[in-house]
Ligand binder design. Sequence first.
Ligand SMILES: [Zn+2]
Ligand SMILES: [Zn+2]
Length: 304
Amino acid sequence: MKQINSIEDNLEILEPFISGLNKYLEKSRSLSLFKKLPIRDDKENINDRLLEGSYLFSPCGVELRESECNSLALELIDLLKLHLTDRADEINTISDHLLNEKINPHSIILSTIKNEGNEIRKKIRQLNLPEDLFTFFLIYLARPFREQAASYLLEKIEKLIWLYGYCPVCGHWPVLAHINEESGERTLWCVCCNTKWKFKRTQCAFCLNENHESLEIISPVNEESYRIHACKKCKRYLKEIKSNNDAMNFQFDKMYLGTVPLDMIAEKQGYIQESILTVRYDNPAGNELLMYRQKAIKEKISIN
Ligand SMILES: [Zn+2]
Ligand SMILES: [Zn+2]
């Protein structure tokens, strides 16, 4: 059986990679990535949309700068080559396809931000790509674009009021929660666009279940700050970290990647990880289960 590392060990091993990834993300923030930004409602409509549970980013009509797509793709693949040496062959395959243009960065980024999971899976099958690694590559390749869109869409909002478990900007599920040890406040984080939002501490982000009997907290031995908030009702889970650091300055990427041992523990106990490629609940071709849950959420809110 594969040995599960302690999280502290894992974070230490990952440090050089995370530092490279932070540089990649930091640099991308100074670039102008869009030829045409997404549509932004005026202030009043934005608040109405948020209250209705409709997330803000609609990728329809956006145009990306091709040169930036290409340079970010090469930069990210170099970063993976340098640090993920145990998967060198698979990374070289992706790299070769970028060079021989079987993978076009501009179109694959567009597919990713449009949540075209079927298109992406087709590509994965056609080129025989490693699904986990390629998904990871796409999420971090699309991240600068989604993050820039998020800054633009949230720019005029003074205080974000959002009661849902999925991201208020891009609609994806959170992958990590931060719990402020002092105040007990919980902040959820979206890896796709780097948005953070406050959420009830004892509620399942996926189905809004609040019954404590069907929610459980699982922690690795001797590492109680790292936990899994698991829901027996919908079988989903969210990784959580208790911290003294403020959520706004918390290193979410580092902690998300460093807490992979928690995913292994959750999986062993039968909990399911949500896909981070496809979640468009307003798209009929999207995730049906999500559509169902959205309905349940809406009903619940109208009852209250
Ligand atoms: Zn998001
Ligand atoms: Zn649930």
